[in-house]
Design a protein around this ligand. Structure first.
Ligand SMILES: [Zn+2]
Length: 183
């Protein structure tokens, strides 16, 4: 089953999908990830290479916040401020939506990217999707997703769902072939 498109804040948080997997671990990887987002695409192309560390800080904070919301916990205050504050500030530039992700005009790319991602986190938390936010049950998976289906368990049935099925099969097989215990 193919999963629905995710809000930007969810996709951003999910770039860290496990302790060993980081989709934006390098600056080039961040730029590639940004290609899927019409607002980010033209800005990422102009972003200075030393921007990565602060983007990763924002990503980790966003993930902490979304995990807390999905678990029904209060997000840590520092992470919440980092993930949302710049999305609440009035931007010193104007973002105009344009068909086909055309240029946003002359906006400072670093500030604009932080603003757009933070605003997406704010919009998500203010939307009905916040209540539908859940964590993937896959072992070691850090992804979150918003789903109206109460029985959805995996970020992606082809990845985490399949892995769980394989593990369950292996467990059954191990039980079935276990030598009988003495006594
Ligand atoms: Zn998963």
């Amino acid at each position: 089953m193919h999963t629905d498109p995710e809000p930007l804040a969810v996709s951003f948080a999910n770039t860290r999908s496990s302790s060993v997997r980081d989709r934006i671990g390098t600056f080039d990887e961040f730029r590639r990830w940004a290609q899927d987002w019409p607002a980010l695409r033209p800005l990422a192309a102009r972003l200075p290479a030393d921007s990565l560390a602060s983007l990763l800080e924002r990503r980790d904070a966003t993930q902490l916040v979304l995990h807390a919301v999905a678990d029904g916990r209060k997000p840590p205050a520092a992470a919440f401020a980092l993930a949302t504050d710049s999305g609440l500030e009035a931007a010193p530039f104007r973002l105009r939506p344009a068909a086909c992700g055309a240029t946003l005009g002359r906006v400072p790319p670093f500030e604009a990217i932080h603003h757009i991602i933070a605003r997406s986190a704010v919009d998500l938390l203010l939307s009905p999707q916040a209540a539908a936010l859940r964590r993937c049950e896959g072992v070691g998976c850090r992804r979150v997703f918003a789903s109206a289906r109460a029985n959805r368990r995996w970020c992606d049935t082809r990845v985490c769902g399949n892995r769980a099925r394989v593990a369950a099969h292996a467990r059954r097989h191990a039980q079935g072939t276990k030598p009988p215990t003495a006594g």
